[in-house]
Every structure is written in structure tokens, then in C-alpha cells.
Design a protein around this ligand. Structure first.
Ligand code: SAH
Ligand code: ZN
Ligand code: ZN
Ligand code: ZN
Ligand code: ZN
Length: 429
């Protein structure tokens, strides 16, 4: 019953302060956390007149992409027929141009001689949408993307539901086109409609992962359902790398719906199994993710990005990425590369970072960030190496902290004095 904005059904929010609900509940856009990107707002108990409803529907229609997916597919077909000299891509409009449209874009910056190779790697051609609050497109470094693909192939998967992972999708698509024996398929679900210029309706669905909304309606739903159906025993895995500022509960709710879709495709039922999932997310969200998916565990593998100011491998040596893989597969099956320093812990039955020492007291490899953690006997757990035990606060914390007990604290890191939106763990530049 939620009202809709151009991004599908809105989410119901409530302001909280010191853990207590405060004031009226309201609907706001599910996808855009910045009011500048989508200013939809409605009080939960607000009466909306017929005229306003009609105006809203009109507005939502007008705020859909100019070309439909079908039109974009047809345009692509015409585009590839053009000789190289006539293949242009407008960088301002982020759009492939047909000769009849050159005029309109004549004072825009554009690229010429778009090769087939460029068309096969749209994530390189399109600029990453780095708007932190909405799209937050951080593309996998080649090393990490290759690792993920090899891992899931070695695990026996042949179908990948790529939810917000355009680069993984692209790697699978181009391998499938180039290598005859390569038999993995991928379906990309993403809110970035620019990708519809490069993929057919069977390869890409315009999708919002915060409200499980398929912009293409029932037909797109059906495409996804069909893809999840494990024909000829082709096993499916879902791989997702959502924007880190996103609400975990909204994501979890959508992923549960995708998992239910998978469960319902199988006539005999999948017993009590879950659709296998890799959810790529920062380690400091571990407890939030486990709240929603108790069957998941966090792997030590550090996922690296290309356009990530802080986390990518620098020329000056390794910067530590806080991004990990959460999965419902048995941890011992997730083999991490020994040449990158990961080793198998026989007690924990999983691969861990080289710096992650097995703590005899906790009886587990306790480090979350790859550095060696130390055990605090008073807290009865392992803590970051930079922390010390504060007798005032009765817990381990940074040397520099104020001992006053403050409110519930940040949703992301648990820290006090800031909200989730301003969490230093999330800033990336
Ligand atoms: N590392 C991945 C990209 C992750 S960036 C890769 O290299 O393939 C996050 C992705 O999620 C982007 O592709 C972005 O377009 C998509 N995204 C952001 N908000 C979304 C939403 N509400 N619904 C679906 N996809 C979304
Ligand atoms: Zn243009
Ligand atoms: Zn310990
Ligand atoms: Zn302590
Ligand atoms: Zn915080």
C-alpha cells in the first residue's frame, strides 16, 4: 500500500533519537538517500487528494528514461551495423548516438570510433556514478572480479544473478562471447538504466534493490524467474554488491524476495535449502547482516575496487579494503588465494587473512580487518590492536575517547557522536 515515486514504492521511515521513535512516520524514496535526487515525501497518515495522486502518477511517468529498454536494444542493433567512423558515444548524455542524432549533441563532448571491444565493456565506457548517496558505483578491480568468477565456477555454479555487479556481469558476458567452452550465464539487475543500451531484456533488468521493484513490470519479473529456474541442473548463485550507505533491512528484505523467487521456481522444492548468495559489503556491517541472515558468515577475502580512493591497491603497497564476502555457503568451500597471503585455519575450518591469528581463548580467528587483534581478558574477547581497555567505560576503545555515556550511537559502527549518514567508516575520499 505504499505510495510510489519514480523509483517504485517508497519506504516507510521513522526518526529515532536515543533509540526511541520520535514523531510521525513518513514515506520517502527507497533508492535516493539525498533529497536532491528524489524529493518524494509523504506523511504516513497524510490524506492525498485525487488530483495530487493523478499529478503524481503523471510525474512518475515523465520521470522514466527517455528511451525504453526495447528501443535501446533496437538502437544497439542499428549502432553495431555502422562503420567505426560513424560510431559515437555522447559523454554528456551517456548515450550511444545514431547519425541522425549527431546534430542535437554537436556541442556535447563525445567519443568517436567506438569499437566492439568498448561495447563489450560498458562499465569502462560509462563513467561510474559516484554520487555517494544514491548510486555509489564502485567497480571491482580486475583481480577481485576474476577471483569472484573463478571461485563461483570452481564451486560449480553456471548461472549468476548479478545484483548491482555490472562488472562481474560484463566479465561473464565477454568470456561467453569469446570462449566456446565457457558456459556461465549472467543476468544483471541494476538501477543504472544506462546499461540497457548494451544488453537485451534477457541480460539486464532495470531493478531497484531497496524495494524489489522491477521497472519492466511483470515481463521483467518473469525474465528473472526464468533465469532462476535451474534448467539442466545449471546451479544459480546470486552475487550482490550494494551501495554501502544503503539500509541493510531494505536490502535484506529484497534479497529474501529474490531467494523466495528461486525457491518457488523448483517444482519439487529445494527442500530447506537457500539460494546460494555472495553479499559483498564492509565488515563493520557483519552483525547487521547476520541479524537478517543467520546462515551467513563473513569471509576474510578483501574485495578491491578500481575507482575507490581509499580502498584500492595503491602503487605504494597494499591498502586494506574493509569490504568482504558474506555467504550462506559452507565457509570451508570458499578457497582464498594463498599467494595473496590467505591460509586455511583447520580449527575454524575456513580460510583467513595472514595476519588473522587463531585466538586460543576465543577459539577462533577473530580479526575482522586483517590486522592481528589482541585478546582482552576483561572484555572476554579480541579487540583491534589500537584499542585499550578503559576502566571508566568498562570496555575496550580508542585511547582518545570521551568517557561520557552517550546515546545509542551510530547505526553503522556503533560509535557515538554521529549518525549513520556521517559515519567515518563510510567516507571514501
Ligand atoms: N563492484 C560492482 C559495482 C558495485 S557499485 C562491480 O564492479 O560490478 C553498486 C552498484 O549498485 C552499481 O552498479 C549501482 O548502479 C547499483 N545500484 C545502486 N543503487 C541501486 C538500487 N537502488 N537498486 C539496484 N542497483 C543499485
Ligand atoms: Zn549529448
Ligand atoms: Zn580472543
Ligand atoms: Zn577490554
Ligand atoms: Zn559511525
Amino acid at each position: 500500500g505504499a505510495p510510489s515515486c519514480p523509483h517504485g514504492p517508497a519506504l516507510l521511515f521513522v526518526k529515532t533519537s536515543q533509540g526511541k521513535e520520535e514523531g510521525r512516520r513518513f514515506y520517502a524514496c527507497s533508492a535516493c538517500r539525498d533529497r536532491k535526487d528524489c524529493n518524494f515525501f509523504q506523511w504516513e497518515d497524510e490524506k492525498v487528494s485525487e488530483t495530487r495522486l493523478a499529478a503524481r502518477e503523471e510525474y512518475n511517468r515523465n520521470h522514466q528514461p527517455f528511451f525504453t529498454h526495447r528501443q535501446n536494444v533496437d538502437r544497439y542493433k542499428n549502432f553495431v551495423l555502422l562503420p567505426l567512423s560513424k560510431r559515437r558515444f555522447c559523454q554528456e548524455c551517456q548515450q550511444l548516438l545514431l547519425p541522425a542524432e549527431w546534430e542535437k549533441h554537436s556541442d556535447h563532448q563525445y567519443l568517436c570510433d567506438i569499437t566492439t571491444a568498448q561495447l563489450k565493456s560498458p562499465s569502462q565506457l560509462l563513467y561510474p556514478l559516484e554520487n555517494k548517496k544514491t548510486n555509489a558505483q564502485y567497480l571491482f578491480a580486475d583481480r577481485s572480479c576474476q577471483f569472484l568468477l573463478n571461485l563461483l565456477i570452481n564451486l560449480g555454479f553456471r548461472r549468476v544473478l548479478s545484483v548491482g555487479t555490472p562488472r562481474l556481469h560484463e566479465m561473464i558476458q565477454s568470456k561467453a562471447a569469446q570462449e566456446e567452452e565457457f558456459n556461465v550465464r549472467s543476468l544483471l539487475l541494476d538501477i543504472d538504466f544506462r546499461y540497457s543500451q548494451f544488453y537485451t531484456e534477457d541480460e539486464f533488468c532495470h531493478y531497484n534493490m531497496f524495494n524489489h521493484h522491477f521497472f519492466g513490470g511483470e515481463a521483467a519479473h518473469e525474465t528473472c524467474r526464468k533465469f532462476l529456474y535451474e534448467e539442466n541442473g545449471e546451479r544459480v548463485i546470486m552475487v550482490t554488491d550494494p551501495p554501502f550507505g544503503g539500509l541493510v533491512e531494505a536490502l535484506a528484505s529484497s534479497f529474501k524476495k529474490l531467494m523466495a523467487m528461486w525457491r518457488e521456481t523448483e517444482k519439487e522444492g529445494h527442500d530447506n535449502r537457500e539460494m546460494p548468495v555472495f553479499w559483498i559489503f564492509p565488515y563493520f556491517f557483519e552483525s547487521r547482516i547476520l541479524d537478517f541472515f543467520p546462515s551467513f558468515s563473513m569471509m576474510d577475502y578483501q574485495v578491491d575496487y578500481d575507482n575507490h580512493a581509499l580502498y584500492k591497491h595503491g602503487k605504494t603497497g597494499r591498502r586494506q579494503s574493509p569490504v568482504r564476502i558474506f555467504t550462506n555457503l559452507t565457509p570451508s568451500m570458499i578457497v582464498l588465494p594463498e599467494e595473496e597471503g590467505y591460509r586455511f585455519c583447520t580449527v575454524c575450518q575456513r580460510y583467513v587473512s595472514s595476519g588473522n591469528q587463531h585466538c586460543e581463548i576465543c577459539n577462533s580467528c577473530t580479526s575482522k580487518d586483517g590486522r592481528r587483534w589482541k585478546h582482552c581478558v576483561l572484555c572476554k574477547k579480541c579487540v583491534k590492536p589500537s584499542w585499550f581497555h578503559c576502566n571508566n567505560c568498562n570496555c575496550c576503545t580508542l585511547q582518545k575517547h570521551s568517557c561520557e555515556k552517550t546515546d545509542a550511537g551510530c547505526f553503522v559502527c556503533g560509535g557515538a557522536g554521529h549518525k549513520r549518514s556521517a559515519c567515518p567508516s563510510l567516507s571514501r575520499s
